[in-house]
Design a protein around this ligand. Structure first.
Ligand SMILES: *Cc1c(COP(=O)(O)O)cnc(C)c1O
Length: 382
C-alpha cells in the first residue's frame, strides 16, 4: 500500500510531517539575513542537544563525512591512534585512519560484544611517552546493536591526558545521554537521518577547545571538510559553502520538537522502547544478539533460531509495510535488526511487534501467540 511504509531500520528513520512540510518550501538565499536567523537558531539548538558549549558544526554530508572531518582536522600522518572495532562502523573508523596513513592500533571485540575498556586502559597507561594522539570509539555500534561503555573508556583517555577522544555518536546522540561537556568529549560525529528525525543529508561534528588546539598542527590535507572554515563562518551565523537550505528548515523544526519533548523524556522513550522490544524478543524465544548491559537504545539485533532472519524481513516488508534491517557483512542472513530511533512512538513498537508475531505465524514458528506484544505492553505501561 502506498505511503504506509514504516521505517524500523537504523537510518534513515521516520520523519514527522511538520518537518517534511517545513522542508517543502522554496529555498532562500544562503547569504540572506533570514537564513542567518535559521543558522543562529539551529546552532543554539544543536548545542542544547549535544549538552555542550563547544562548537557544533553542520556539514552537507552523511555521518561518515562528519567522521572523516574529525580525523583530517586534528591528526597528522603517522599519528598513533587507538580505534575500537566491534562492528561495521568501528571498522569504518579504522579504514578512514588507514586511508590517511595514521598508525592505528585496533582494539577489537566480537560483533555483538562490547569493547573492553580495560584494553584501552592498558594501552593508554603503557604509553608513557604520550604518543597516542587519539582514541576513536563508536558509541552505539549499529551493525550489532551494541552500546559501548564510552564513559569508562573516556575516563582512561582523560587519565592519559594527551590523547583526544573521538566518538561516532551517530546512533547514540538523541537516543541516550552523550554529555559532551560533562565527559569532555573532543570530537563527536552524528548524522541527520538517525536520531534527528530528518532525512539523510547533514552531518554534525562537535569540537572541543582541546581539539581546536590540535587543529593548527594537523597536517592532513583538507578543503571542503576543513572545519576551521565552518567555525569561522558559524561565528557569523553563516556557512562556508552553499548548505542544503531546506534541510536547515527541517532541522529547525525537528529541534523545536525535541525541545518540546525534553532531553530526559527523549532518552527515557528510547530506553523504554529498547526494553519493550527486548522483553518481546525474550517472550518469543528469539535470541538477542547484544547483552542487556550493552544494548543499544537505538537498535535491537536479534539472531533468530528456528526461523530465517531474511524470511522475517521479507514478510514484514511485503505483508505489513514494515522495513527491518538485516545483518551486515558476515552477519548477513544471521540477524535482523529493529530500529527504534528518532520519531518512533510506543504505538509504533506495538505495531511492529504485532506484525512480527503475525509474520512468525505465517512462517510456522513455534511460539505463544500474544506473548511478545504482551511482554512489550507491560514494559511500555510500567
Ligand atoms: C549510520 C551510521 C553512520 C553513518 O553512516 P552514513 O551512511 O555515512 O550516514 C556512522 N556510524 C554509525 C554507528 C551509524 O549507525
Amino acid at each position: 500500500m502506498d505511503d504506509k511504509l514504516m521505517l524500523m531500520i537504523p537510518g534513515p528513520t521516520p520523519v514527522p510531517e511538520q518537518v517534511l512540510l517545513a522542508m517543502a518550501k522554496h529555498p532562500i538565499g544562503h547569504r540572506s539575513g533570514d537564513f542567518s536567523k535559521v543558522i543562529a537558531e539551529v546552532t543554539e539548538g544543536l548545542k542544547w542537544l549535544h549538552q555542550t558549549q563547544n562548537d557544533v558544526l553542520i556539514l552537507a554530508s552523511s555521518g561518515t563525512g562528519a567522521m572523516e572531518a574529525g580525523i583530517i582536522n586534528f591528526l597528522s600522518p603517522g599519528d598513533r591512534v587507538l580505534v575500537g572495532t566491534n562492528g561495521k562502523f568501528g571498522d569504518r573508523w579504522g579504514q578512514i585512519c588507514d586511508t590517511y596513513g595514521l598508525n592505528a592500533t585496533r582494539i577489537s571485540a566480537e560483533w555483538g560484544k562490547p569493547l573492553d575498556p580495560e584494553e584501552f586502559r592498558k594501552h593508554l597507561e603503557s604509553d608513557t611517552e604520550k604518543q597516542i594522539k587519539a582514541v576513536i570509539v563508536t558509541h552505539s555500534e549499529t551493525s550489532a546493536g551494541v552500546l559501548n561503555d564510552l564513559e569508562t573508556i573516556n575516563r582512561h583517555v582523560k587519565a592519559h591526558g594527551e590523547a583526544l577522544i573521538m566518538v561516532d555518536a551517530v546512533t547514540s546522540l538523541g537516543a541516550t545521554s552523550v554529555p559532551i561537556d560533562a565527559w569532555g568529549l573532543d570530537v563527536v560525529a552524528s548524522g541527520s537521518q538517525k536520531g534527528y528525525m530528518l532525512p539523510p543529508g547533514l552531518g554534525f561534528v562537535a569540537v572541543s577547545p582541546k581539539a581546536w588546539e590540535a587543529y593548527p598542527n594537523a597536517k592532513l590535507p583538507r578543503f571542503y571538510l576543513d572545519l576551521g572554515k565552518y567555525r569561522k563562518e558559524a561565528a557569523k551565523n553563516s556557512h562556508p559553502f552553499t548548505p542544503p537550505v531546506n534541510m536547515f528548515f527541517g532541522l529547525q523544526v525537528a529541534l523545536q520538537m525535541m525541545k518540546k519533548e525534553g532531553l530526559e523524556n527523549i532518552f527515557a522513550r528510547h530506553h523504554r522502547q529498547m526494553n519493550a522490544t527486548r522483553a518481546a524478543m525474550r517472550a518469543l524465544n528469539l535470541p538477542l544478539f547484544a547483552p542487556d548491559h550493552a544494548a543499544s537504545p537505538a537498535i535491537t539485533s536479534v539472531a533468530p533460531m528456528g526461523v530465517e532472519a531474511e524470511q522475517i524481513r521479507s514478510v514484514m516488508r511485503k505483508q505489513f509495510d514494515i522495513a527491518l534491517a538485516g545483518g551486515q557483512d558476515h552477519l548477513k542472513g544471521k540477524i535482523f535488526r529493529i530500529g527504534h530511533l528518532g520519531f518512533v512512538s510506543d504505538r509504533d513498537i506495538l505495531t511492529a511487534l504485532g506484525a512480527l508475531e503475525a509474520t512468525l505465524q505465517t512462517l510456522n514458528y513455534d511460539f505463544t501467540p500474544g506473548a511478545g506484544v504482551s511482554a512489550a505492553a507491560k514494559v511500555l505501561s510500567a
